[in-house]
Design a protein around this ligand. Structure first.
Ligand SMILES: Nc1ncnc2c1ncn2[C@@H]1O[C@H](COP(=O)(O)OP(=O)(O)OP(=O)(O)O)[C@@H](O)[C@H]1O
Ligand SMILES: [Mg+2]
Length: 256
């Protein structure tokens, strides 16, 4: 099993973060004065209405988008653009179709100058971690959606990030695959000790995975809210307290 000691690393500090976009000659405020301390090794799940700025926040944390105001610190140091301590997983894994699973996962390491043999050895460890050892030589077109997303997760982990940023990684999967992938993600997160920051539309998924859920407000002036999910792991979706947390989140959306 691949396992790295990340103790005390992967802390994210968000200070007075603001971001606006220019839209039809007007300024659209998406994030306004957001403050948040994400603990090393925490699983923070971000929810909010469509357009509330979840992807924008994740892209700012990834360094793919610059903030207008405020700052993001990782382990106490301000970020400038993308960094090797962060890896991003999108809804679509965007695999290289001409490369095998092994090739796709080893690619990032080879780009960083590791020898092919060394890259492939490490890649095999992560491919096994996501349960695809038997598919190392398969091509992306031969995989199901869930398997392709596992390859994406393995690829992100090979570079040994402190922080995994995920934007609706399970959003395109069917309900059954989604549930087993949620279990996989929970296991991988706890085995790897990585800080996980994940966007989802699925409130049950949020309760299943999160230490804390960040709810972005619909109204830009309003404050974001944090809900601590105080449930033992592995979590039981049918337990009364689990269901109550789900209802609490639903109420935040005015849906209950
Ligand atoms: N590059 C951009 N230029 C202009 N406006 C943008 C840009 N990116 C995002 N926006 C706007 O910012 C707002 C927030 O978008 P964002 O993608 O962060 O929302 P979201 O919460 O991820 O929504 P969804 O749940 O639909 O994915 C939206 O109103 C969107 O139109
Ligand atoms: Mg989004």
């Amino acid at each position: 099993m691949v396992s790295i000691d990340f103790a005390g690393r992967g802390e994210v500090t968000i200070r007075e973060l603001s971001k606006s976009f220019a839209l039809n000659g007007r300024s659209l405020t998406v994030l306004k004065g957001l403050n948040l301390d994400i603990r090393p090794g925490e699983c923070l799940v971000i929810v909010g209405a469509s357009g509330s700025g979840k992807t924008t926040l994740l892209r700012v944390l990834a360094g793919l988008e610059t903030a207008d105001g405020g700052e993001v610190l990782i382990d106490g140091r301000p970020i400038h653009g993308v960094g090797t301590e962060r890896a991003v997983i999108f809804q679509e894994p965007r695999l290289l179709p001409w490369q095998t699973v092994l090739g796709n996962v080893a690619f990032g390491l080879e780009v960083r100058g590791e020898s092919k043999a060394q890259a492939e050895e490490k890649a095999r460890g992560y491919i096994a971690l996501v349960g695809l050892a038997d598919f190392a030589d398969a091509y992306p077109r031969q995989l199901s959606g869930g398997m392709a997303q596992r390859v994406g997760i393995a690829r992100a982990l090979t570079v040994q990030p402190e922080i995994l940023l995920l934007d609706e990684p399970l959003g395109a999967l069917d309900a059954m695959t989604k549930i087993s992938m949620q279990e996989e993600l929970a296991r991988i997160w706890s085995e790897q000790g990585v800080t996980m920051i994940m966007v989802t539309h699925d409130l049950e998924e949020a309760v299943y995975l999160a230490d804390r859920v960040l709810i972005l407000p619909r109204e830009k002036g309003a404050a974001a809210r944090l809900v601590e999910i105080d449930l033992a792991r592995p979590r039981d979706r049918s337990e009364a307290r689990f269901v109550r947390y789900r209802e609490e989140l639903l109420r935040e959306f005015g849906l209950h």
